[in-house]
Design a protein. Structure first.
Length: 413
């Protein structure tokens, strides 16, 4: 009998793609912080504005060469997207305790996303790494031309030690994936980008209250932008206090931002597109490999026909860290099933639910949208499901596709 998941009623259908939407599926790929989404728009609408964008580009050691035609690339491409939590001057009054004491000067890579675009047939997998993940980081070249010797640390400290280059080097080492592109945006940039598109509608399965971020919201749909978008992305106590639940919460935002970015509301409005492009240029720091507008167009073309059900958001699997019960460590065995599936370009089936600790819950589909039950026993982790041809991921890996509607499992704190 098929397993049932906790649901919350929300009857919504995905927008039908338009010509711009087909060309701009790249927007959906990077919806987590709007980074590559913005860059893709820039490549079409603001070529003459990219001088400053290129000047700020980051050099990454041993970064793979980018071929001239991504459409013919047999191995696909990978992008690293990083969200930085720092006390920007205009946000100090809004971030409260975060910008007081010893932590005030820190630049923490609290959001770390690997976007994998496969070879033909194209699929997109977005892997989120929890900020509380403790692991052995490799040595890397730092942003100031020095060298970081590596060592055991928490993943969100990497940017402090060596900038975007060190984050990319570490994730490439952990995943075994070559990472051709990368981009960084601050949380202040997230506010600006969300404002540029008029906000994103999220869903709360229950009331959410978090004194640490200032959230006090009622259950139901809610359009957020500006400070509210930042509060939603930063909250952990509003979803139970777990960083793993917060990642799932951020994935809901990604998926819904993806739908907004490829909607008629955004792509058919020239002023919104230009505003988004201009905002991106001011707020996104790319790697040098991501500054060529032609390359950006080629990446967009490579994913333009990927259906939403083949855009999957997953959380990197973890176990409790031996050194600290409040931190997590990599579950390398479970992760290898995911990396193997990506290397073999197989579809993946999430068996672990949509979130850890009910950080998000699946929304109830509208009548007629119920998935058909499958026949036979569920495949073991790593096995191919004969009904779908997808590799079953271990239960330690949670996530959802962009075709699924999810809602945050809010709590009153």
């Amino acid at each position: 009998m098929p397993r049932r998941r906790r649901t919350v009623a929300q009857h919504a259908r995905l927008p039908s793609p338009n010509p711009f939407g087909q060309l701009a599926k790249l927007l959906a790929v990077a919806a987590v912080v709007g980074t590559v989404a913005v860059i893709g728009v820039v490549s079409y609408t603001a070529y003459d504005l990219t001088a400053d964008f290129v000047e700020e580009a980051v050099v990454v050691e041993n970064q793979p060469a980018v071929p001239p035609d991504l459409g013919a690339l047999s191995g696909g491409v990978n992008m690293m997207l990083v969200g930085i939590d720092e006390c920007e001057e205009e946000l100090i009054a809004l971030l409260g305790d975060r910008c007081e004491g010893a932590d005030a000067g820190g630049r923490l890579n609290d959001v770390n996303i690997l976007v994998h675009i496969s070879e033909e047939p194209r699929k997109v997998t977005v892997v989120s790494f929890p900020r509380d993940l403790i692991f052995d980081a490799p040595a890397c070249d730092t942003a100031d031309g020095g060298r970081f010797g590596g060592g055991t640390l928490q993943i969100n400290e990497l940017y402090t030690y060596g900038g975007l280059s060190c984050v990319i080097t570490a994730i490439a080492d952990m995943s075994g994936q070559q990472i051709q592109f990368g981009a960084m945006v601050t949380f202040g940039g997230v506010i600006e980008i969300t404002n540029a598109i008029g906000g994103v509608e999220i869903c709360l399965a229950s009331d959410m209250r978090d004194a640490n971020t200032g959230i006090d919201w009622q259950a139901g749909p809610r359009t957020i932008q500006g400070l509210e978008a930042l509060q939603f992305l930063r909250t952990r106590y509003g979803v139970g206090g777990s960083d793993l639940a917060r990642v799932s919460n951020q994935q809901q935002y990604m998926s819904r931002l993806a739908r907004k970015l490829v909607s008629e509301e955004v792509l058919s409005n020239p002023s919104t597109v230009l505003r988004l492009a201009s905002t991106g240029l001011r707020n996104v720091t790319p790697t040098q490999s991501l500054t060529n507008p032609l390359t950006l167009v080629q990446v967009a073309s490579a994913v333009k026909d990927v259906p939403f059900e083949d855009i999957v958001f997953v959380q990197y699997p973890t176990v409790e860290a031996r050194s600290d019960a409040n931190r997590v460590a990599p579950d390398y065995a479970a992760a290898e099933v995911l990396w193997d599936a990506l290397r073999e370009n197989r579809s993946i089936e999430v068996t672990g639910g949509v979130a850890v600790n009910d950080g998000t819950v699946i929304a109830e589909p509208a009548p007629g949208e119920q998935p058909a039950p499958t026949e036979g026993p569920a495949p073991e982790p790593g096995e191919v499901d004969p009904n779908t041809g997808a590799v079953a991921l271990p239960p330690a890996i949670t996530g959802s596709s962009a075709a699924q509607q999810t809602c945050s499992g809010g709590v009153v704190n």
